[in-house]
Design a binder for this molecule. Structure first.
Ligand code: PLP
Length: 457
């Protein structure tokens, strides 16, 4: 049966969604008559639902439509490529767009990260990096190095290997046993730390964990430049420099998971650039194509790639669609737009104004912390501003799911109310967002958070 949106009314689409569509990470036992939020079109920083209502996409879909919705250049790049070469694989073969894109990414990536392995998304990129780390150590005579150290509440994807790095209990427990070797250490969220704590405490926790596990058993440390899970945890000054030292000391690979934090999100093509460190591997996806077609990548240093380039060796790993020519053509067109429109420069110039909009909400008693970097910011909600007391699980459930998510959406603002750590509202607008969108975010937040404060009181 051919199905197009034109055939159905908004309520019919909602009914069909309830009956047939398995939404990801979504509670599906809700009232079958409740309207499913159905987004039918997008333009710049805005999207429209099936009733024609406009929303400010304060989340860039899921941290990924970095160039804004409806970019004709990307559609044309896809259509042209489909006409020229619809698909060919990178298993044994190559094609011009994959070669050009790998070369372009290598020219932008930090240090000697010159080798690009394409995937279809972020989890596959992380999965590939974890397998590569194990394989690298095996080829260099350290086959017992298999463990990965990640941070609490960090999200690194859902495949069983990537999930062993993900530090969110609720994502893990239903699927155990996971791939062995996942170890977790505290993250850099200092909002609830004692005031006299050493700023490099969280970095030292990585050293301690490597020593506890036994350096001979640890393959890699995986970290995001700014941690998404828990709400935009920025690193302390010197954190990544110390982590780099720790990894070098113990022959442990440093993987920078930049699935969110690359392609301008933090004002740089790669988040590691913002914090001045050179990882051994970068994982990326999402904004690589501005999300209009699935693509991810693992970018590997010459040093780590070298053992795989010898004699009859091969990295025995791959995906049918890795480096898909249509996705590669779109990524090349997207990178061209990032550069031509100086998207990184725009984010760096405007992030202060965006942040100031959120900071201006601190007079509301429910606003605890405001944190983040670039166009990746979070507001942590608290019960008591003075003591920084957080909400109980029940209160958080009622506040976020029972009230905030629905109210923000009803006011035409898409953002993320999340309680995988302490309750936060997260923002990651398209990188073309400007003063008009910041003002709109500030206005809606003030209205909805004022109502939330009253509800709690
Ligand atoms: C840091 C990070 N790593 C990995 C992933 C997994 O990416 P995907 O959903 O494309 O598999 C995500 C997804 O949000 C992410 O934020």
């Amino acid at each position: 049966m051919s199905v197009t949106t034109q055939q159905y009314s908004a309520s019919e689409l909602s009914k069909l969604a309830h009956r047939h569509l398995w939404q990801h990470f979504t509670r599906m036992g809700n009232d079958p008559n409740a309207a499913v939020p159905i987004i039918v079109s997008g333009d710049g920083c805005y999207v429209y639902d099936a009733d024609g209502k406009r929303y400010l996409d304060g989340l860039a879909a899921l941290f990924c439509v970095n160039l804004g919705h409806g970019r004709a250049e990307l559609a044309e790049a896809a259509a042209n490529q489909m006409r020229e070469l619809d698909f060919y694989t990178t298993w044994s073969y190559a094609h011009p767009r994959a070669i050009e894109l790998a070369s372009k990414i290598a020219s932008l990536a930090p240090g000697d990260l010159n080798r690009v392995f394409f995937t279809s998304g972020g989890s596959e990129a992380v999965e590939s990096a974890l397998k590569l780390a194990r394989n690298y150590h095996r080829l260099t005579g350290n086959g017992q190095k298999i463990k990965v150290i990640a941070r609490e509440i960090a999200y690194h994807g859902t495949t069983l290997g990537a999930l062993s790095a993900t530090g969110i209990t609720a994502c893990r427990t239903q699927f155990e046993p996971l791939a062995p070797g996942g170890c977790h250490v505290p993250n850099t969220n200092s909002y609830h730390w004692p005031l006299d704590r050493d700023p490099l405490w969280a970095a030292e926790k990585i050293a301690q964990r490597i020593e506890f596990e036994g350096p001979d058993s640890v393959a890699a440390v995986i970290l995001e430049p700014v941690q998404n899970g828990g709400g935009c945890f920025v690193p302390q000054d010197g954190y990544f420099q110390r982590v780099r030292e720790i990894c070098d000391e113990h022959n442990v690979l440093l993987i920078s998971d930049e699935v969110i934090c690359s392609w301008g999100r933090l004002g740089y093509m790669f988040g590691s650039e913002r914090y001045g460190y050179v990882p051994d591997i970068i994982t990326t996806a999402k904004g690589l194509t501005s999300a209009c077609i699935p693509m991810g990548a693992m970018i590997v240093s010459d040093r780590v790639a070298e053992p795989f380039m010898q004699g009859t060796r091969a990295f025995a790993h791959g995906f049918t669609f890795g480096g898909h020519p249509v996705a590669a053509a779109v990524a090349l067109a997207a990178i061209d737009l990032y550069e031509r429109e100086d998207i990184c420069g725009h984010v760096r110039a405007k992030e202060g104004e965006f942040r100031a909009t959120l900071e201006s909400l601190r007079d509301l008693p429910i606003v605890g912390d405001v944190r983040g970097a670039g166009y990746f910011q979070a507001v942590e909600l608290v019960k008591d501003q003075q003591t920084r007391e957080t909400f109980t699980d029940e209160e958080s459930e009622d506040l976020l799911r029972g009230f905030l998510s629905g109210e923000l959406y009803r006011h035409g603002l898409i953002c993320r109310a999340d309680d995988r750590g302490d309750p936060v509202i997260q923002f990651s607008p398209p990188l073309i967002a400007d003063s008009e969108q910041f003002e709109e975010i500030g206005d809606v937040l003030r209205t909805v958070l004022t109502a939330a404060s009253e509800r709690i009181a």
